[in-house]
Design a protein around this ligand. Structure first.
Ligand code: NAD
Length: 467
């Protein structure tokens, strides 16, 4: 790495803190976690403002986030307390603040139990200096939830590249930092330079192609990794189900955060008959959630426009389809007549588009799922438990949720992670604690009873073994 690497000094400073043993006592871990909880309470409004300003979460009618960045916004002249950042905080609060507080509660309630040595004398040691790399779509929770697990495990310092962080966010986070933690904001360039350094554990959340880059960099130092990646999450809807409820649960999962969620249902698999029932129900759900013109809804976010817009060319638009590039707006959209070879089925959509693929029965749906990369989540809807169980048993994915979408991620008692192309390793609750803990086999012996060791010392002879 050498002196040329801009982060070498930071990493060695953190390593010195780690070697001092400061982060190991339970009291230290608890104090840090409690401080993180207070931070979330104290800085909640700044977090909401920053994610609204940076990412346009829950924007108000017609508001253009670029105007806000340019400080020429007609409504607020770029002031951070723009009305729309206060207008509809629920989605942000749920996905950013409550996810972290839930994780903190689970960790603080169980930490003393998790930290106990196991009977087999397996000692759980923190790994050392950990690097957490987070993406932009939930910039608070995807960075703080792994951080909670790392603090709980006694990891001392965490350089965290956080791309796209605004001035508000940087300020807010740096206030809470101490000797053992560091934040590096930035994007590809900063992360690339950071990855040249030797870490003891790397926790990466992002896309599969970048996951490969991170794993390759980690391999140079034989550093263990967790890779929380993405992919296309199938959602099977059987012919027997409550269509209204299915449509509401699917629409919520697909259009939450304007579709930019790693576990969003990416596409539907159902029969033609079910599609005909689902379309009006989906239209009604979208209408109920976002009104007749979702563009004016404070609850519907904005997106990476160009990449997502070109996916609208697949199949035929049955619902939505309206776009406005200046506002980075794409309406909640449902596509029909989609072929598996269409562009929208070739990559993770990560936007407010829901394609429907027609299958003739459950077995065909299962075969379709199994013919593709293993996803981060699979969803199956049916009023018949056997159908849900069959999809669960005959497929493989990071997680699974029957008769709902995305809700499994809210339970810190469940492991969260991908498999194959969707990731490697798990976290949340105790699984985070285990992820950041090295199970160190440890035997401590007394100094006496040396004659008992005679058989293992050379020269090996029949006499010594008594045979
Ligand atoms: P991304 O992979 O482009 O970026 C993720 C992080 O890697 C960012 O910090 C980015 O700066 C960095 N990065 C990007 N290119 C890099 C490179 N060449 N070298 C080094 N670092 C690089 O992902 P994104 O677009 O920010 O986020 C969307 C993806 O993340 C989707 O695939 C989504 O499914 C996935 N995701 C997964 C989870 C999960 O928990 N499994 C959660 C959220 C998002």
């Amino acid at each position: 790495v050498g002196r040329m690497n801009p982060y070498a000094g930071l990493v060695s400073h953190l390593r010195a803190s780690w070697l001092s043993g400061k982060t190991r006592p339970m009291e230290y871990r608890v104090a840090q976690l409690e401080a993180l909880g207070r931070f979330l309470d104290d800085k909640k409004q700044q977090i909401m403002d920053a994610t609204a300003s940076d990412l346009g979460k829950s924007p108000s009618p017609g508001h253009n986030t670029m105007e806000h960045w340019d400080k020429s916004c007609r409504t607020c002249q770029g002031h951070m307390l723009h009305p729309w950042s206060l207008q509809a905080p629920f989605e942000t609060e749920l996905s950013e603040i409550l996810m972290c507080k839930n994780e903190l509660h689970e960790t603080l309630s169980n930490l003393s139990r998790w930290m106990k040595d196991e009977k087999v004398d397996r000692i759980l040691d923190p790994y050392g200096v950990v690097l957490i790399i987070a993406p932009w779509n939930y910039p608070i929770h995807l960075f703080l939830v792994p951080l909670i697990g790392a603090i709980a495990a006694g990891e001392p310092k965490l350089p965290v590249p956080w791309p796209g962080g605004s001035q508000q966010c940087q300020g807010a986070f740096l206030i809470s930092l101490q000797d053992c933690f560091a934040v590096v904001t930035g994007g590809v360039q900063e992360t690339t330079r950071l990855l040249e350094n030797k870490f003891d554990y790397i926790f990466f959340t992002g896309s599969p192609p970048v996951g490969r880059i991170v794993m390759t960099a980690a391999a140079k130092h034989l550093t263990p990794v967790t890779l929380e990646l993405g992919g296309k999450n199938p959602c099977y809807v059987s012919d027997t189900c409550d269509v209204t409820n299915v449509a509401r649960r699917v629409a919520w999962g697909r259009f939450f955060n304007a579709g930019q969620t790693c576990i969003a249902p990416d596409y539907l698999l159902c029969t033609l008959e079910m599609q005909e029932k689902l379309l009006p129900a989906l239209q009604k759900a979208i209408n109920d959630f976002y009104g007749p013109n979702p563009r004016e809804s404070p609850d519907f976010g904005r997106i990476q426009f160009q990449r997502v817009q070109r996916l609208l060319c697949s199949g035929r638009v049955a619902i939505g389809g309206q776009t406005d590039e200046a506002e980075r707006y794409i309406a909640p959209t449902v596509l029909v007549d989609v072929q598996p070879s269409d562009a929208v089925m070739q990559e993770e959509i990560f936007g407010p588009i829901l394609p429907i693929i027609i299958i003739t029965n459950m077995d065909e749906a299962i075969d379709f799922i199994n013919s593709r990369e293993r996803p981060l989540a699979i969803y199956a809807f049916s009023s018949d438990d056997k159908v849900v169980n069959r999809v669960l048993e005959r497929t493989s994915s990071g997680g699974f949720c029957g008769n709902d979408t995305m809700m499994h991620v809210t339970l810190p008692s469940l492991p969260f992670g991908g498999i194959g192309n969707s990731g490697l390793g798990t976290h949340h609750g105790k699984f985070s604690f285990d992820t950041f803990s090295h199970a160190r086999g440890c035997l401590k012996r007394g100094m006496g009873q040396e004659p008992l060791n005679a058989p293992r010392y050379p020269p090996y002879s029949q006499r010594k073994f008594g045979i």
